[in-house]
Design a binder for this molecule. Sequence first.
Ligand code: GTP
Length: 598
Amino acid sequence: DRIKHIRNFCIVAHIDHGKSTLADRLIEKTNLLSQREMEKQVLDSMDLEKERGITIKLTPVRLIYNSKNGEEYELNLIDTPGHVDFTYEVSRSIAACEGALLVVDATQGIEAQTLANVYLALEHDLDIIPIINKIDLPSADPDFVKKEIEDIIGIPADDALLISAKMGIGIEEVLEAIVERIAPPSGDENLPLKALIFDSYYDNYKGAISFVRVVDGNCRQGDRIKMMSSGKEFEVTEVGKFIPNLIPVKELKAGDVGYIAASIKNVKDTRVGDTITSAENPAETPLPGYKKVTPMVFCGIYPADGQDYENLRDALEKLQLNDASLVFEPDTSAALGFGFRCGFLGLLHMEIVQERLEREYNLDLVTTAPGVIYKVYKTNGEVLELNNPSNLPELTEIDHVEEPIVSASIMTPTEYVGTIMELSQDRRGVFLGMEYIEQTRVLMRYDIPLNEIIYDFFDALKSRTKGYASFDYELKGYKESNLVKLDILINGEKVDALSMIVHKDKVNERARKMTERLKDSIPRHLFEIPVQAAIGSKIIARETVKALRKNVLAKCYGGDITRKKKLLEKQKEGKKRMRQIGKVEIPQEAFMSILKLD
Ligand code: GTP
């Protein structure tokens, strides 16, 4: 009977369609928090998230709802991150639920990212409740969105709920629909423990805490548990629920959503997707679908001031405590000194980590161009997984190189089809097909090398389609490709941090653009500075930074000491954000400016 009064659900929505606003309303309606406490949106609590307006970390919330049928229900809302970098985490939160609210903006319709997540929900047999939000807006067109839901997703939308999360319209109906239309969990308390980890985070006192959905069995303080992927065992120190803060309870049972703390030192031992079982009475098979997430995008991160190396290491270690998918190892660059080679799930993940390092840890960083993992097949039979272009073996030792390819789906109004074809072709995309999902919108499918989208594909897509196209991708596999290493020489010296791996057909254009950009971002010195691009020993592009005509100080008339001082002071400040490469000073922005291709 207990289990019949539980509903576990998530919200699937495209960024900005109103997921957080709806979640806040649900919390408010169930009186979990007073209006005053609601000042801040509860679910998105990280600063950065708020600024970027995207949901990064999952935060579950337990709601108690008194239904119109007179019974009390426990509703567990499991939040899902909305961005393509975090698809695997989305799939685990979906696996922890029986139902999903599909929230679609009444003025926008369905987007590619929503689609990917709805398909995930359908794959897991979730009960889906279509909700059309923002009906308060004059341009809302609920009938159009209903038809879209039926045509594109293929689920009935007759009984879609029409709401305005912002104005608080239709919220009660959403809660009733959760009770009526979503199935209660089906688990067995008497079977051995099986709990799915859908998130984890590091607490200074309690250690790594697993957020779990208990599928079978039960778990309480003092139990010995085992992680099924690693076989590691721990003793449970606390179990609890999200109310919405972590509140201890006596036990978690089949059907429950809650957390388990077990003095675990490292979030790496609480991998998302892993199954927790009992050490004494283990389940025979883990829950399906566990996969170890591996970083796809790499870059070098160096302290702008060499003195900060240890601080940077500390900061990375601290971030890693809460982010099992961030990897890093020490790296040295002739140009940039000591730093780290870091791996990320995707570009957004990379940007978030960089920003947190600069903002929360007050570090000035120099970041090198992002790259992917190449598979280098050597003539001696060895296969190298290369994430740092500087480590590419000599050409004579290489048999061939493979690069990662992703399958991309782009959803766009028909008027931009030509533009997108041009952009994708320019990024070496292979067109696979196009479906009309309605008269004015199409879904285009491409295979594109990951290497080509990690630069500014998102930006280019958005700016060329005025923000109307949406985009999603997943790794498809590796493919042989004609790739070369492009080196940059400044004043005759190779700058290893600027080396990149490029497709042969693109290398001349890239070389030209990089040298132009660098020429523009390197300030004039007292001497002329050649900026060259080379493949091996062959120079393929060159620009020159002209020499300054006179010493700047010559401009101050001999006697004016204070002015001279001021000028020197100013130069010194400018210097802090410069890297000395040989005799040349290169501003930090130069390292990033080469990333913009468009
Ligand atoms: P992510 O956290 O990035 O997934 O975004 P989200 O889907 O949570 O969107 P959020 O709730 O932050 O809402 C996005 C914007 O839409 C905000 O400016 C909201 O105020 C606005 N919004 C949400 N619901 C409604 C609504 O019913 N009507 C109107 N007019 N605006 C709404």
